[in-house]
Design a protein. Structure first.
Lengths: 97, 207
């Protein structure tokens, strides 16, 4: 089980969270010009990387906020956690509640 | 036409008294908290108008630190998320408090919503209260890690709860009211030595 440190609530167990999938999938810049293949790639195809990934996670049982988790899919090590605006969050300042 | 009658979430199953009186379960006392009025408050904590409006109505400003509780004479404010609080007042004051907050929020972008009937609440007290809760909750409930005046949204027996440490060895759980019977029975079970109780192998998170 992962122990994920919510940027606001501090370290909690994985069942409190929902994984929202990769955070680095770019939406087609001009939707009207995007081909079906580009839409399909955006909507359905994921890289399933071995190693470092950047994902969105939701603290569903706690503060219900989305944030970014950079983690390693091989070692399960969590490398970095940030809020969506890129800051480290309030829990870090509070000493990890 | 008859006026609608208030039905508590604890009326339809045996165990808790309809009057909110405490019931002894093993080493702890459980009580339905029928006395709580709840108002969901949302606003921008950086907005001075919002903070002043909250303070003018409830007597306390919204606490900005995660997991903090501001306690006043008329109300307590529980931090739920950034920009999101639960105001706890006496049940009979809930309607007035929500209306007063709504009025005070008029010049700014904030909301106050009555949610007293959405939640059910159980008080659990006794020196073993933290240990009983720990049978189904992964948080460190030791007074050093979760002292009085602290609140957390978390899971208890896989139910989403707002866990509030009101005083030493005195917690209040707030959760969706349809879970009232499940949570009550789970707490009875955990306190009296049933499956999943403190001291059995089924205890999650135990060392």
């Amino acid at each position: 089980m992962l122990s994920i440190s919510c940027p606001w609530c501090g370290p909690r167990d994985e069942p409190e969270f929902v994984c929202g999938g990769p955070a680095d999938v770019a939406r087609p810049g001009d939707p009207d010009a995007a081909s079906d293949a580009e839409w399909a790639a955006y909507l359905y195809f994921r890289r399933n990387p071995r190693g470092r990934t950047l994902e969105r996670w939701l603290h569903a049982a706690g503060c219900r906020r989305w944030f970014l988790v950079e983690r390693d899919t091989v070692t399960h090590e969590i490398l970095r956690i940030r809020t969506l605006d890129g800051s480290e969050g309030a829990a870090a300042e509070e000493g990890g509640r | 036409m008859n006026a609608p009658r208030y039905r508590s979430a604890f009326e339809d199953f045996p165990g808790p008294g309809g009057d909110g009186a405490p019931v002894t379960a093993g080493p702890v006392a459980l009580r339905p908290r029928l006395d709580l009025g709840l108002v969901d408050v949302k606003g921008d904590p950086a907005d001075g108008t919002f903070a002043r409006a909250v303070e003018s109505v409830l007597g306390i400003p919204p606490p900005s630190a995660p997991g903090a509780v501001a306690a006043g004479d008329r109300a307590s404010l529980l931090w739920l998320a950034p920009g999101h609080w639960l105001a706890v007042v006496d049940r009979e004051r809930e309607e007035r408090a929500a209306a007063a907050l709504e009025a005070a929020f008029a010049p700014t972008h904030a909301s106050a919503t009555r949610v007293g009937d959405q939640y059910a609440a159980i008080g659990i007290s006794g020196t073993a209260a933290g240990e009983v809760l720990a049978a189904g909750c992964a948080l460190d409930l030791d007074p050093g890690g979760f002292p009085p005046g602290r609140v957390a949204g978390t899971l208890l027996a896989r139910v989403r709860v707002v866990l509030w440490c009101v005083d030493e060895a005195d917690f209040t759980l707030l959760f969706e009211r349809s879970f009232a019977e499940f949570v009550w029975r789970w707490l009875e079970d955990a306190a009296t030595g049933g499956a999943g109780s403190a001291g059995t192998a089924a205890r999650p998170g135990a060392a």
